[in-house]
Design a protein around this ligand. Structure first.
Ligand code: NDP
Length: 236
């Protein structure tokens, strides 16, 4: 492991992003966390930024560079859902999800890439979802945005793969959150029946994979889609 790199996790104030930020902190890295509300785990630099707004992202990067140094690891994790069946999905519902999940990752990586090229090293991790490659009824917008991240990572790999930079996709399945805990028992059982592991993932299990794919040990993996889904989406 390299020691004390600067890591940026978008959407790191809560949920999976927070666990990812905590995993990098525990590994001794310097971690900055962005979100719209500007919260962060203890030990991380908290910076407000909206991934749909390039100016706010640029200001966040400038502050991180001034306070911690050049960003060497980017985890594009910020994401939203606006689920509904295709026939009811408005253009606004479609655009908002694509703009946050796919556009947000594009803008974050675009702002980071010059510094990585200059440093001749970098790690880009895009947080997708089993939904992106499996397809989920009611998630045409979300699944499209998450599938788009695969094309983004692979294009980045072809553009800058020779410069010590890797770009990979981590695709979680169902992750245990307050939301999944509150699902009726019958619905939980229905979901669990489809997952070979017969359980939901813990957010820490996703975070550990993200931390590893961003490590020196994973230096020859790029453009890959790494499922963390208990076997749900096998065959991606
Ligand atoms: P949460 O809803 O708990 O967190 C989403 C994060 O994204 C928050 O930190 C939120 O911060 C941030 N965010 C949303 N919109 C914006 C924006 N416009 N600008 C900046 N930050 C934004 O989600 P999860 O932790 O569950 O999910 C994290 C990632 O993992 C997402 O990409 C999701 O698609 C993916 N995923 C989740 C799964 C699950 O089971 N939970 C399964 C598979 C993938 P704030 O609102 O303060 O801006």
């Amino acid at each position: 492991m390299s020691d004390s790199r600067v890591v940026l996790v978008t959407g790191g104030n809560r949920g999976i992003g927070r666990k990812i930020a905590e995993a990098f902190l525990a590994a001794g890295e310097k971690v900055a966390v962005t979100s719209r509300n500007g919260d962060a785990p203890d030990g991380a630099l908290a910076v407000s930024a909206d991934v749909t707004d390039p100016d706010s992202l640029d200001a966040a990067f400038t502050r991180i560079e001034e306070e911690l140094g050049p960003v060497e690891v980017v985890v594009a994790n910020a994401g939203i859902t606006r689920d509904t069946l295709l026939m009811r999905m408005s253009d606004e519902d479609f655009d908002a999800v694509i703009n946050t999940n796919l556009g947000g990752a594009f803008r974050t990586v675009k702002r980071a890439i010059t510094g990585m090229i200059r440093a001749k090293k970098g790690r880009i991790v895009l947080i997708s979802s089993v939904s992106g490659l499996y397809g989920v009824a009611g998630q045409a917008n979300y699944s499209s945005s998450k599938a788009g991240l695969v094309g983004l990572a692979r294009s980045i790999t072809r553009e800058v793969g020779a410069r010590g930079i890797t770009a990979n996709v981590v695709a979680p399945g169902f992750v245990r959150t307050e939301m999944t805990d509150e699902l009726p028992e019958k619905q939980q059982k229905e979901y669990l029946a489809t997952i070979p592991a017969k359980r939901f993932a813990e957010a820490e299990e996703v975070a550990a994979v993200v931390r590893w794919i961003a490590s020196d040990e994973a230096s020859y993996i790029s453009g890959a889609v790494i499922p963390v889904d208990g076997g749900l989406g096998m065959g991606h």
